[in-house]
Ligand binder design. Structure first.
Ligand code: ADP
Length: 547
């Protein structure tokens, strides 16, 4: 190309002409470079190439894979209505394909006379003169540019070839830049979305400028907006160590990260301008560039209050478990001893009542403690199940027999429908559910009324129901029944005490077994509590196969 220009320069007139061409190509390159979207860049390339070469049609395909070289495919000069009748992008065959496969420019006076010509698709306009040029970037072909039907001449000239090659070089750069810009834009938008919507507070500090940027969650934790240009200094006095000592600038997790240190799980206290103090957990890390130089620091700050609450709950659980249980066991033990001693000596009726009251109260207290522990463990998902195959009708029978002396004024009726499948469950926990439903049924219904327990075989599950003919539950109360510490007005007014967590525990226990619990009730008539447990997986699979 340079050789050609030199010879033309010697020819004088020609050199002016060549200068005009270079100017035109530069103008075209500028027009292309002005576009930022890659789609617009490609469209401008075809339009400019067509203009510069006086071609009736121009098109270009992008793609470095020879099997997919025209995706996207962009064109100019083609009638829209005709273009719509053609495939979305052509196949790499014939002369279009030849430029791709051979990897060099092809210039022809008449395509149809070339041996590589394969004909045009249906509806495609007729084309004769042809110029195809690969678009290369850093030694790699990234696409191909085509011009056809030179207007006012029979074929494209050597100069057209030169012009298109020059343009293709500019085009490649502009296209790659546009793509980079788009990638950068996408990455930036993704980062912004993550940054702003993250539930954790994030603060970003630029090493060179000490500018700070915080997200919405950080603003909420700090109780104020930071000024980027005021740097890290602006929150000195707002951060304290877990034992209440103010942090110096150098002790900030961001400062440490700027020095290249990674800070994990630092427990800090943030004092907000409104005086409120918040416990936070901070993790910080340096951000390095390709050369490994720290360019920024990022710190992620989480509200540690829920963690603190969790810790308090654990403490509470251990207090309940150990400190409360020990005295209860002492009361139960000595109650027994007292009862036996008095029995030997001969108890009065009053003494017998007193000892029985001590023992019953200790038992109830023990149940309550156990319930509180269970509720707490269920909430913290710390309850462990000792699962094994359980035959529910057998378990129901055993539990009913065990409880019947306690529920004695109530006739207990058991029915089993169908052949319930085995379930994979912790029998102790299912017994706990049944015991709670049965004692509730007895507590909240007049003595002597029946309590019916039904076990029903359902497809893929076993359903158990406990029906009483007692108080019933008002429709408004039903949705609240399974929440912790809820007791109906009627229950609170009754002589029966309770914490209101039995049903919460029962439902949670059924759910940790993959089952569900629900209720039907009518005020004044009685209630039915249902629970269903899924059949053991092997049983369920067999049933499916049979079904
Ligand atoms: P508790 O019985 O210790 O109060 P539960 O969680 O077992 O706690 O029950 C919660 C509330 O649901 C009870 O206080 C009572 O108001 C109501 N309830 C439970 N079972 C029945 C029932 N069989 N009939 C009427 N009300 C019931």
């Amino acid at each position: 190309m340079r050789k050609m220009k030199a010879s033309r320069n010697q020819a004088g007139v020609e050199s002016n002409y060549s200068y005009a061409v270079v100017k035109a190509v530069n103008a075209a390159a500028l027009a292309i470079g002005a576009e930022i979207s890659s789609a617009r860049v490609l469209q401008t390339i075809v339009e400019q190439a067509r203009k510069l070469t006086n071609a009736r049609y121009a098109a270009l395909g992008i793609g470095s894979d020879p099997k997919r070289p025209f995706d996207p495919w962009v064109f100019s000069g083609m009638d829209e209505a005709v273009a719509r009748l053609l495939p979305h992008f052509p196949r790499p065959q014939g002369l279009l394909g030849a430029v791709v496969l051979e990897g060099h420019k092809i210039r022809l006076r008449d395509i149809t006379k070339d041996s590589r010509y394969r004909g045009f698709p249906l509806h495609h306009p007729q084309m004769t003169s042809f110029l195809g040029v690969p678009i290369r970037h850093k030694g790699e072909t990234i696409g191909n540019l085509y011009l056809t039907e030179k207007t006012g001449a029979d074929e494209f000239t050597e100069q057209d070839e030169e012009v298109v090659e020059m343009l293709a070089a500019h085009a490649a750069i502009a296209y790659r830049q546009a793509q980079l810009y788009e990638q950068l834009h996408t990455a930036h938008t993704r980062f912004e979305t993550l940054f702003e919507n993250s539930p954790a507070g994030i603060v970003f500090v630029e090493a060179a400028t000490d500018r700070v940027y915080e997200n919405e969650a950080a603003r909420a934790l700090f109780g104020r907006r930071l000024q980027p240009e005021a740097g890290r200094q602006q929150y000195v006095g707002q951060f304290f160590s877990a034992d209440g000592l103010p942090l110096s600038l150098a002790e900030f997790p961001t400062s440490k990260a700027l020095w290249g240190e990674v800070v994990v799980g630092a427990e800090l206290v943030v004092r907000r301008p409104d005086g409120e103090e918040k416990s936070v957990l901070a993790n910080a890390a340096p951000v390095r560039n390709a050369q490994g130089v720290v360019t920024a620091a990022v710190v992620i700050i989480q509200d540690a209050t829920p963690l603190k609450l969790e810790r308090l709950r654990e403490e509470f659980v251990s207090i309940v478990a150990h400190d409360l249980r020990t005295p209860i066991n002492v009361i139960t033990g000595f109650g027994e001893l007292l009862s036996r001693d008095l029995e030997k000596k001969g108890m009065s009726a009053g003494e017998r009542r007193a000892v029985a009251a001590i023992q019953n109260s200790a038992r109830r207290l023990n149940h309550m403690v156990q319930d509180l522990l269970d509720a707490s463990r269920l909430e913290a998902r710390r309850l462990t199940l000792e699962k094994r195959p359980v035959d529910i009708p057998v378990l129901v029978q055993e539990v009913v027999e065990r409880l019947s002396p306690m529920l004695s004024p109530h006739p207990l009726l058991i029915s089993v429908q169908g052949t319930p499948p085995m379930v994979e469950a912790d029998p102790g926990r299912i017994e706990q559910v049944l015991t709670n439903l049965l004692t509730n049924a007895a507590k909240y219904s007049p003595p002597e009324t029946d309590i019916q327990v039904a076990v029903v075989a359902e497809p893929q599950e076993v359903m158990v129901s406990v029906t009483d003919h007692g108080l019933g539950i008002a429709p408004d109360d039903i949705p609240k029944l399974f929440s912790r510490f809820f007791r109906t007005k009627e229950a609170r007014a009754s002589a029966h005490g309770g914490l209101g967590i039995g049903l919460y525990i029962s439902k949670s226990l059924v759910e940790v077994h993959g089952g569900r619990m629900w209720i039907e009730s009518e005020v004044g008539k009685g209630s039915t509590f249902y629970f269903a447990l899924p059949a053991a997986p092997s049983v369920a699979a067999n049933q499916k196969r049979v079904g």
